[in-house]
Each structure stands twice: as structure tokens, then as C-alpha cells.
Design a protein around this ligand. Structure first.
Ligand SMILES: O=P(O)(O)OC[C@H]1O[C@H](OP(=O)(O)OP(=O)(O)O)[C@H](O)[C@@H]1O
Ligand SMILES: O=c1cc[nH]c(=O)[nH]1
Ligand SMILES: [Mg+2]
Length: 217
């Protein structure tokens, strides 16, 4: 059986609400950043609920009786990887739900003419355990080049991409097609899949430049 990229768009009113706030060109930078933080929280909630976060079972004593319980298994490493800059806005929400995860930053900038990504900072460890659960925060999947660069770096350090989930706000079909060809074992959670890219490589209708809007640049 061949693997196929899994892409989920949660049908949730909070995801829709904060996406609308982020799309609105009149939303000021501070509120835009909060909107992405909220999307980070709800997309992380969705992304980690099925077969990703390892758990262990045990038993506790309630005031009344012994009772079986389930807890997060922190012996399995959890890594959150924000792709700078814009990924930092999603990170706030993700970290709130995974406070004991390690955070490894990777900075990627897309050349405005060629649309080719280049990496300007890489804080990934030299080696990742193959059972590490990886959550990548990347709000925009336009050509998909920035995420692919990060995935190549993770794979070369031993990450198992079947244990890797991506949270994103807006994805373009061309990026999903490329990702599905190169990393079919990947799973993506996004707030929306938009129609296309314009001639400058921006997603339409999209939300503009996520990094500039987050940081007011
Ligand atoms: O799928 P792609 O075509 O690679 O485009 C997506 C990337 O473009 C933006 O980054 P940008 O280079 O603008 O950096 P920034 O986050 O610092 O603004 C965005 O934050 C993504 O990382
Ligand atoms: O629409 C886009 C495309 C790439 N990067 C962004 O921030 N926005
Ligand atoms: Mg940008």
C-alpha cells in the first residue's frame, strides 16, 4: 500500500473565526499576532489528538476508589519546530499545549524574485531520536519550498516524518502536491486550502505576508 499525504482542515468555529481576523487587511499587527496564536492553539489541539502524542496508562486513588488514568508519556521526546519568522506566531499557541516539549528554531527566508528558500539559522540538534514526535509551525504553504527545506533538515538528522505533523494557516494546492510527492508520510493540519498563487508567489486570497504582519514590518 503506498502512502499518501494527509491534509486535515478542522471544521471548527474558532478556527474559522481567527482565520477571518487574520485575513482581514484592516487587522492591526498586535491582533494579527494574537489571531495566529489562537490558530496555533486550536490547530495543535487537533494535530496531536490522534495517534501522535504518546500516552501511558496507570492507576490513581481518587478520594473514593482506585481508578485507571491516562497520562502523556514524557519518556518519548517531543520537538516543536517553528519556521522563522512567521512560525513564531503559531508557536505561542502550540507551546501552551505542549509546555514540556523542546523548541528548535529554524530560520528560512524566501527570495522575493526567485522564490527559493534559504536557511539563515538552524538550531536543530545534530541527531533526533526516530521516535521523536515533531510538530512544525509554518503558517504559509505557498510554493512549499520553505517547509521542504525544514523537512530535509529534519530527515537528515534522523527524524521519522511519519511522526511529524505540520500546523499551517493557509495552504496552496501547489505546495500540497509537492509535499505529497516528496514526503507522503507527512500529516498537515491547516485552517484553509486557498485557490492559487499570484505572479509574486503570494497565496490568493491568503492573508498577505504573515511575517511582516506579525511583526509590523
Ligand atoms: O511556501 P513558500 O513559497 O516557501 O512560502 C512560505 C514562506 O514564506 C514566508 O516566509 P518569508 O520568507 O516571507 O519569511 P518571514 O516568515 O520571515 O516573513 C512564510 O512565513 C513561509 O515561511
Ligand atoms: O502568501 C504568502 C506566501 C508566502 N509567504 C507569506 O507570508 N504569504
Ligand atoms: Mg515574510
Amino acid at each position: 500500500m503506498s502512502l499518501q499525504l494527509r491534509v486535515y482542515v478542522p471544521d471548527h468555529p474558532l478556527v474559522k473565526h481567527w482565520l477571518g481576523v487574520a485575513r482581514d487587511a484592516s487587522t492591526p499587527s498586535t491582533l494579527f499576532k494574537s489571531a495566529l496564536g489562537e490558530l496555533g492553539r486550536w490547530l495543535t489541539y487537533e494535530a496531536i489528538r490522534r495517534d501522535w502524542l504518546p500516552t501511558i496508562t496507570g492507576e490513581v486513588q481518587t478520594p473514593l476508589a482506585p481508578c485507571p488514568v491516562t497520562a502523556i508519556d514524557y519518556s518519548v521526546p517531543i520537538a516543536v519546530v517553528p519556521i522563522l519568522r512567521a512560525g513564531l506566531a503559531l508557536l505561542d499557541g502550540a507551546q501552551g499545549l505542549l509546555p514540556l516539549a523542546s523548541t528548535y528554531h529554524i530560520g528560512v527566508a524566501r527570495n522575493e524574485e526567485t522564490l527559493q528558500p534559504s536557511c539563515y539559522v538552524n538550531k536543530l540538534p545534530a541527531q533526533l531520536q526516530p521516535d521523536t514526535r515533531v510538530l512544525i509551525c509554518e503558517p504559509m504553504l505557498a510554493t512549499g519550498g520553505s517547509l521542504l527545506l525544514a523537512l530535509d533538515q529534519l530527515a537528515s538528522r534522523g527524524a521519522n516524518l511519519a511522526h511529524t505533523r505540520v500546523i499551517s494557516v493557509v495552504a496552496a494546492p501547489v505546495a500540497l502536491q509537492k509535499l505529497g510527492t516528496q514526503y507522503p508520510e507527512l500529516t498537515i493540519y491547516c485552517a484553509t486550502i486557498d485557490e492559487k498563487l499570484d505572479e509574486r508567489g503570494y497565496i490568493v486570497p491568503g492573508l498577505g505576508d504573515a511575517g511582516d504582519r506579525t511583526f509590523g514590518t
